[in-house]
Design a protein around this ligand. Sequence first.
Ligand SMILES: Nc1ncnc2c1ncn2[C@@H]1O[C@H](COP(=O)(O)OP(=O)(O)OP(=O)(O)O)[C@@H](O)[C@H]1O
Ligand SMILES: [Mg+2]
Length: 235
Amino acid sequence: MAEIIELKNAGFSAQNRKILQNVSISFEASKATAIVGPSGGGKSTLLKLAAGLLVPDQGGEVLYNGKNIAHMNRAETLEFRREAAFVFQDSALWANQNLFQILELPLRIHFPEMTKKEREKRIKSAVAEAGYKKDLGVRPSQLSMGEQKLIAFARAMLCSPTLLFLDEWTESLDETARDHLVNLVKIRRREKASILFVSHDLRTIKDVADDVIIIVDGTATFATSIDLIVDNAVF
Ligand SMILES: Nc1ncnc2c1ncn2[C@@H]1O[C@H](COP(=O)(O)OP(=O)(O)OP(=O)(O)O)[C@@H](O)[C@H]1O
Ligand SMILES: [Mg+2]
């Protein structure tokens, strides 16, 4: 069993409140793991810790392929950021940029040798794949929440990641768009990508997850079975 991400006794606090305590969890490579639990339980915080976007401040460490993410040098961090993509719960699109500029940024960083034409081609193909059909010249505030999710998803896929962190990635989407994005993730899963996702949506969890982790009161444990979670509606 190859572990791609491992949290070892990781804890995190904000404003003197412990949000996650002593979390030790391993995520297997090439599997899809769902993180479930009540609102405010710490799911997004756990996902950001696992992705190295937050650093444990209550002891512990987070490893990517055995390496402490917080101790990576610049080159290793850049490589990790290209391999790992994150869809934020609130989409997190730059408010002062248009969609094209937002989507151009990861390509400029990770593929500096790409020409403008190549970037355009890649961006158009990523947004078409995500199912966004409108103008790329507008700013995020001109989009619905669901449309913002599609752009956030397209941005995450731009650099062909092998590790996906998806936080409520089907929230705000209509059924057709949801099914479409679920299918895209299932394809990535079949192509051996590793997927960690947070969702409140039972169908998404059942469709995608190999494993489920439950977070309650800042502690996280593996669920014994997906059906048990679904039957007891732990979220
Ligand atoms: N930067 C922060 N400052 C203060 N409190 C925070 C911060 N980040 C998270 N929290 C608190 O930590 C708790 C867990 O937040 P988190 O966003 O991880 O929950 P969640 O399980 O993702 O919830 P939801 O299902 O609503 O998305 C919440 O009570 C939240 O208020
Ligand atoms: Mg959340």
